[in-house]
Ligand binder design. Structure first.
Ligand SMILES: NC(=O)c1ccc[n+]([C@@H]2O[C@H](COP(=O)([O-])OP(=O)(O)OC[C@H]3O[C@@H](n4cnc5c(N)ncnc54)[C@H](O)[C@@H]3O)[C@@H](O)[C@H]2O)c1
Length: 253
């Protein structure tokens, strides 16, 4: 197991799914962790469960990552609570699919605001603190940002944007000691995908077999947490601008 003793980690989307699993892994590896989420009730119970389970130092800060002021508050509170920031994981996100000709403009804006503006607002505000610790950022993009997904214009555009943001920040800050990387999950079994992908007429099993040729099933969130922790660790000291795809072979063809 990787050792993050003495490290201060911020995880957005920490109430659920990949964010929860990531916070859990960092806590088990010795880090102090702030989890942030728009779901205040889910956030409070996640923090309680994580503290009981891991015995680690975990604090919950409610945040709407689509709102710049809320992101300023989050970074201020995180630094106040932890004293510094070593790792920022931008994981909060939303999924909305549908035929483009009837896709609501408001939904397009919401998906872009949460999935792309959020990582920008948080990274921008965290960078002055990460410059002090020579810290790093790990973003969660998606295979939908690498390949086209029918009915997923907003989501694909937002995640392609996250990949662009990751690479741009990696080049901008490499000489000043901040590493910036991203993972591209395929299908991960979380509340986000519990209702089915809604892509079309295929059954979930047909879709999974096509999208996940390696195993025919989606990933557990802990697999994504492990990839995020690797990119945040000293083992990845030379990784920046890396886009790490874990998709069961979906984009290998
Ligand atoms: N599950 C998958 O198959 C999959 C695949 C590729 C990428 N992803 C990405 O992984 C990330 C985590 O997704 P997940 O599958 O764990 O889903 P999830 O729904 O379990 O978790 C997402 C979390 O983000 C929070 N959130 C939503 N809007 C927010 C906002 N405005 N401010 C703060 N928090 C907000 C939600 O409350 C929730 O707790 C997302 O960015 C998602 O796009 C997921």
């Amino acid at each position: 197991m990787m050792d993050f003793s003495g490290k201060s980690v911020l995880v957005t989307g920490g109430a659920s799914g990949i964010g929860y699993a990531t916070a859990q892994l960092f806590l088990r590896s010795g880090a102090d962790v702030v989890i942030a989420d728009i779901n205040q009730a889910g956030l409070a119970s996640a923090a309680e469960k994580l503290a009981t389970e891991t015995g680690g130092k975990v604090l919950a800060v409610p945040c709407d990552s689509a709102d710049p002021d809320s992101c300023t508050h989050l970074i201020d509170e995180s630094v106040k609570a932890l004293g510094k920031l070593d790792v920022v994981c931008n994981i909060a996100g939303v999924l909305a699919n549908g035929p483009t000709e009837t896709f609501a403009d408001e939904t397009w804006l919401k998906v872009l605001s949460v999935n792309l503006n959020g990582p920008f607002y948080i990274s921008k505000r965290a960078i002055p603190h990460l410059l002090e610790t020579k810290g790093c950022i790990v973003n969660v993009a998606s295979v939908a940002g690498l390949v086209g997904v029918p009915y997923g214009a907003a989501y694909s555009a937002s995640k392609a944007g996250v990949i662009g943001l990751t690479k741009a920040l990696a080049t901008e800050y490499s000489k000043r000691g901040i590493r910036v990387n991203a993972i591209c999950p395929g299908h991960v079994i979380t509340p986000m995908t519990a209702g089915g992908a809604n892509f079309g007429p295929e059954t979930d099993m047909e879709l999974m077999t096509r999208l996940f040729p390696l195993t025919g099933k989606g990933s557990d969130p802990s697999e994504m947490a492990a990839a995020i922790a690797f990119l945040a660790s000293d083992a990845a000291v030379n990784a920046t601008g890396t886009i790490l795809t874990i998709d069961g072979g979906q984009t290998a063809i």
